[in-house]
Design a protein around this ligand. Sequence first.
Ligand code: ZN
Length: 222
Amino acid sequence: MLILRTLSRYSLLLILLASNAGAQDAVPRSTWWRNEYASGSIRGHRAPARDFNGYHSRSWGKNNGATVAGYTSIVWHHTEGVQNTNLVAMALEHRFVKRFCDIGYHFIIKRDGGRWRTFQGTPLGFVGSHCKGENCCRRTGIGRIGIAVAGNFNRDRVDSQLLAEMTRLQDVLVRRYRIREIRTHRLGSFAVNRAGDARDCPGRNMVPVVTSLRRRAESQVR
Ligand SMILES: [Zn+2]
């Protein structure tokens, strides 16, 4: 029994070491920055060519690069933009227009060369900027993981490959962080931010998908 317990602890440690804070689950920031910086600029701010990992501001901007004690929920968003969105432009907009310390989401799923792929946003462990006043509990330090799907899902539809990618990413995160709650941002009965805002993230066509992902997570954690 002791051997079994030691073994399972050891394998948990290996899993944690291998996870590298989510980098292998998504295209790393350094990779997409290198691929996309040439076409990414916004309102006079040109993207620097250097690695985005050196770009995370811990000294200014909302949330100041604060870290979390853990995560218990995932919040699904859409970007309301194009499906092959330029992530460097998104990063610059979030930092210089919205005044976040970093790109607001932890992951962005976008169209890349004809298929949906997951890209790393704010590194896991940091507080995101994706649901106003709800990104991290001040008392417990427990945060919410923000995932955005590029597109406008009031109009666009979730195809089977996108659903498979959303499910894959959610499964990894649910297991790793023992996520108990799957939420939407503003639309639907389990939205995080609702009152007083007419915006409808993550889109009408995404709400039923998140509903089924929510049921899936509930059955996994129990
Ligand atoms: Zn949103």
